[in-house]
Design a protein around this ligand. Structure first.
Ligand SMILES: [Zn+2]
Length: 238
């Protein structure tokens, strides 16, 4: 299997897994940088995230221009493209309209994902927030999101959702699962009273325990199995 085909297969798998986890519905997307190029590979705009196939993926440059594919790219492709342009360490990007992170983004209160074990993929400190609620349709808007992201692993988009970045598709997928679970716990805990945020030492220790390839692989394998059981991995070529 070529490296590009492997990326396309993993993107199709992770899209179906994100759907099966309730993290994308008819919108939301995950992409990967094509190593050694100024191109990215991403889900197409019109195809269901629950059934997308490897050969339906499209390729764009870092200005969002379609280079290859029979469908058009997602309307918010510049969020992905400009993140890759801004940071050479980023190999994969996901954009989610995830419910709990979007809910927290609407409140004038910081969200500390690393205050619970699932959130240990992020932080220390609160998740950065991009304040413009408009969808990301232009290069300039993509640049502004990348600026809000800074050196972080995720940014919340006010009233909209989030963008998660990492150096592999597997790490981005695990980050997406982790972030939404952390947001859900943070939201529920906030309803009960002041959240007992982890101090610096506690944050560093839980991060050290969670940020491992073995943990990411466990999250990935579990979700592959769960998505197969749901009957959503058919026709993907694995
Ligand atoms: Zn969006």
């Amino acid at each position: 299997m070529s490296d590009l085909l492997e990326l396309k297969v993993k993107l199709a798998m992770s899209s179906r897994m994100l759907f099966n986890s309730g993290l994308v519905d008819y919108s939301g997307h995950i992409s990967a940088r094509i190593p050694g190029s100024d191109h990215l590979v991403i889900l197409p705009h019109p195809v269901s995230r629950a059934t997308v196939k490897p050969d339906e993926m499209v390729i764009t440059d870092f200005e969002g221009k379609l280079i290859e594919g029979k469908y058009k790219a997602p309307s918010e492709v510049n969020m992905h493209a400009r993140a890759y342009k801004a940071r050479s360490d980023i190999q994969s990007v996901a954009h989610l309209h995830n419910h709990m992170v979007a809910t927290l983004s609407m409140v004038d209160k910081p969200f500390y994902p690393a205050s619970s074990n699932p959130g240990a993929f992020f932080g220390p400190g609160p998740l950065p927030k991009y304040m413009d609620p408009a969808l990301i349709h232009t290069i300039e808007q993509g640049d502004a999101v990348a600026q809000a992201l800074g050196k972080s692993d995720a940014v919340m988009l006010r009233g909209h959702g989030s963008m998660v970045v990492a150096d592999s598709i597997e790490w981005v997928f695990a980050g997406c699962v982790d972030l939404e679970e952390a947001a859900s716990r943070f939201y529920k805990a906030s309803l009960l009273g002041p959240v007992l945020l982890y101090n610096e030492d506690e944050t560093q220790r839980v991060m050290k325990q969670r940020r491992k390839d073995s943990v990411v692989q466990k999250v990935w394998d579990h979700n592959v199995a769960k998505t197969k059981l749901a009957g959503l991995m058919d026709g993907i070529g694995i």
